[in-house]
Design a protein around this ligand. Structure first.
Ligand code: PEP
Ligand code: MN
Length: 345
């Protein structure tokens, strides 16, 4: 159920509705929008009808939401959500480029790549400290030491950090060190982890599972929002198909499909999406053309020596070209590249 307040509803009127909903043992999610505030109601009310608030002052209407997702939907919030990742806006008119290695390997490697991302015009830095690898014998990431490296690199290059959490313990640490918590494809349906992410302070970048439907992705976002974290960014990273010319198939049509239903931003990751370096730039261009709010790509200065995902890593020079081309396509759509944080130095 969704309570839509009048455009001019006063804060005390919103408070009165929230208090009443909470008194019924339900959870009230206040969602301010550009033109009006909505209050999403979740939880089970038993025999009591929260629809009673329809008669409260300042309430415009109470809508029964027919889908199982509510808070992620445009019914709850018609205008686009803008999520601030360490001061860089994701969503809205701006387009962002997130770049960095698959894994944080050493301080030197991370610094060198971050320097390339900054110089190339990227606004956010990515790099895994906790790596969910298919083989238990592959490099598993540096753990907390990797997070310390990422924090140093943020200070040096003014690049907010996106990094993956794979379980509750790593999520707590990522929430402390980073600017955005990535939940990977393999964990998109790890509902207990999603609930923990929903109680974290930092925004969450939620990657689509490799065989997840649109509705499953939306519901995973709903898990995070229902716990009170409204800063969710979706990420399409390719799904499994019969195609064998790529690692996965980037499902670009999911971008306009999500945009139609949800107010949350969505990025595309053509690196995991294709698994092939030579397809990353063209698919990045296509992602912006279909309306993505940005791309997330893997970059390495020595891809042949990378400890993970070398074949899909582009060079820093290629990254700079990617940013220029993505910016040009954004302009056709009346959007612009989001500015990077101003360097303090
Ligand atoms: C990653 O971003 O490094 C990663 C492991 O991605 P995914 O979860 O999409 O496979
Ligand atoms: Mn990777």
């Amino acid at each position: 159920m969704l309570v839509v307040m009048e455009a001019g509803a006063r804060p005390e009127q919103i408070d009165a509705v929230v208090r009443h909903i909470e008194k019924m043992g339900l959870k009230a999610h206040t969602i301010p929008g550009a033109s009006r505030t909505a209050i999403g109601i979740t939880g089970s009310s038993g025999t009591k009808d929260p629809g009673i608030v329809e008669n409260f002052p300042g309430v415009k209407e109470v809508i029964q939401v027919s889908h199982s997702y509510k808070l992620v939907s445009r019914e709850a919030k018609p205008d686009d959500t803008i999520v601030s990742v360490g001061g860089v806006d994701v969503g809205g008119k701006g387009v962002v480029v997130v770049g960095g290695p698959c894994a944080v390997e050493t301080l030197d490697q991370t610094r060198t790549i971050a320097e390339g991302i900054r110089r190339g015009g990227g606004q956010l830095f990515r790099g895994g400290a906790y790596k969910p690898r298919t083989s238990p014998y592959s490099f598993q990431g540096l753990g907390e030491k990797g997070l310390e490296i990422l924090a140093k690199v943020r200070e040096e290059f003014d690049l907010p950090i996106v990094t993956e959490a794979i379980d509750e313990e790593s999520l707590r640490l990522v929430d402390q060190y980073a600017d955005c918590i990535q939940i990977g494809a393999r964990n998109m349906q790890n509902y207990s982890l999603l609930k923990v992410a929903g109680r974290a302070r930092k925004p969450v970048l939620l990657k689509r599972g490799m065989s997840a439907t649109l509705e499953e992705l939306l519901l995973s976002g709903e898990y995070i929002m229902s716990e009170g974290n409204y800063n969710v960014i979706f990420c399409e990273r390719g799904v499994r198909t019969f195609a064998d010319h790529t690692r996965n198939t980037v499902d670009l049509s999911v971008v306009p499909a999500i945009k139609r239903i949800s107010h949350l931003p969505i990025l595309v990751d053509p690196s995991h999406g294709t698994g092939k370096r030579n397809k990353v730039v063209p698919m990045s261009r296509a992602a912006i053309a279909v309306g993505a709010d940005g791309v997330l790509v893997e970059v390495h200065h020595k891809p042949e020596e990378a400890l993970s995902d070398g074949p899909q890593a582009i060079l820093p020079e290629t990254f700079a070209q990617l940013v220029t081309q993505v910016g040009a396509i954004a302009e056709v759509l009346d959007r612009t590249l989001q500015p990077a944080l101003a360097t303090a130095r």
